[in-house]
Design a protein around this ligand. Structure first.
Ligand SMILES: *Cc1c(COP(=O)(O)O)cnc(C)c1O
Length: 373
């Protein structure tokens, strides 16, 4: 068996979820566990639910199908606006989807009517992240169009922060979202079930002291999985930052002191960083590459320095430890490295954790986590 694997500590996922659920409950905020970075792995989804998440969300239908196939029966929202080409599949596999485009919403409504079902819609409002979202000034007209359609039902409104823009939401932005929710309720009659105030980037606001207004949900991925804040990259106090560990095997270690003069080719591909003035010339190769993870998102152990990566190799320099072929290197992953690693077929996923929720008073706040996101 290949040693290339990601160890997953399910107890720490349960713990991180429980910690966030317990701290957000007094603020009137529920937690939806976001599983897209782990491809909807049912073990991880179940650990989030056992930790108190009230629902799940994923960006891909295939991941949602995987969770349903594994017997997960809670509501799972599709948190990327559906492709027009996948409307029927969305209706068959998701009871709720995030939406921002009238043509797609109309198509969902027509097909849902044909199937004699009602599909739930979450409208995403653009609040400055400049990724997906209806402009606030268009919300009212969108809502009134939706209310006239059969086959769909408006359940939530929500916003994204710091997905594309890396800017944490301000209290003012949250107040605006709250007042848009109030306006929507005035127009739509029945109260909106949920007003979702963003992802992990909204935690500093949600765990603060300001009024939460109408916001009663967050959709959390990174904080649960990595214990980090997506904006700063820092560990969040009280959460485990070592849920996932990537292990890669060493396949070469050599001292390459006097390489034959190289004919440099310009421009140098960005990932091949050729260090000519390096302090050490002992290099090792790990049997993992860009097809398996985001090499720039790995955190290496002390004494091991990243040199470069190709599709199937990661080259490192090692100063104070000798990496022998057959040995293993333990790596930490950021969100991007994790999501690629979890999707890579050659990286085994090994689950640990006996189901006991670890003691909530023994939180490990690992402050050594690198700032790199
Ligand atoms: C990925 C995603 C989230 C979760 O974000 P985290 O920063 O991982 O908590 C929430 N909402 C939407 C729409 C997303 O795409």
């Amino acid at each position: 068996m290949s040693k290339l694997r990601i160890d997953v500590d399910l107890d720490k996922i349960r713990y991180n979820t429980r910690f966030l659920v317990d701290h957000l409950r007094p603020r009137g905020i529920t937690v939806t566990g976001v599983t897209k970075a782990v491809c909807g792995h049912p073990e991880i989804a179940n650990a989030m639910l056992e930790g108190g998440a009230t629902g799940l969300a994923d960006a891909r239908i295939s991941n949602i199908m995987r969770m349903h196939d594994a017997g997960i029966s809670c509501s799972i929202s599709l948190i990327r606006t559906p492709m027009l080409s996948q409307v029927a599949q969305v209706l068959d596999n998701c009871d709720v989807s995030f939406n921002t485009e009238m043509d797609i919403i109309a198509s969902l409504a027509i097909e849902a009517l044909g199937k004699n079902i009602t599909h739930n819609i979450i409208l995403m409002v653009e609040m400055g992240d400049m990724r997906d979202g209806i402009l606030p000034e268009h919300l009212e007209s969108t809502v009134s169009q939706i209310l006239r359609m059969e086959g769909i039902s408006l359940k939530w409104i929500g916003a994204n922060f710091a997905c594309l823009g890396h800017v944490a939401p301000s209290a003012g932005a949250m107040e605006l979202l709250s007042s848009l929710a109030a306006d929507t309720e005035l127009a739509s009659g029945p109260a909106l079930e949920t007003v979702s105030g963003g992802g992990s980037a909204s935690l500093p606001w949600a765990l603060g002291k300001g009024a939460t207004g109408k916001i009663n949900n967050l959709r959390l991925g990174e904080a649960i999985l990595l214990g980090t804040d997506p904006v700063s990259g820092y560990a969040i106090d009280g959460l485990y930052t070592d849920v996932f560990t990537l292990w890669a095997e060493v396949i070469e270690t050599k001292t390459k002191s006097n390489p034959n003069p190289l004919q440099m080719i310009y421009p140098i591909p960005s990932m091949q960083c050729v260090t000519l003035d390096s302090p050490s010339n002992t290099r090792s190769i790990l049997a993992i590459g860009l097809q398996d993870t985001d090499a720039a998102g790995l955190i290496f152990p002390a004494g091991v320095t990243f040199v470069g990566a190709t599709s199937d190799h990661i080259v490192v320099e090692n100063t104070d430890c000798l990496l022998r072929p057959g040995g293993e290197v333990k790596l930490k992953l950021n969100y991007s490295a994790l999501s690629r690693g979890m999707a890579a077929p050659d990286v085994a996923k090994v689950f640990h954790g006996d189901g006991a929720l670890v003691d909530c008073t023994a939180a490990n706040t690992d402050r050594r986590y690198s700032k790199r996101k």
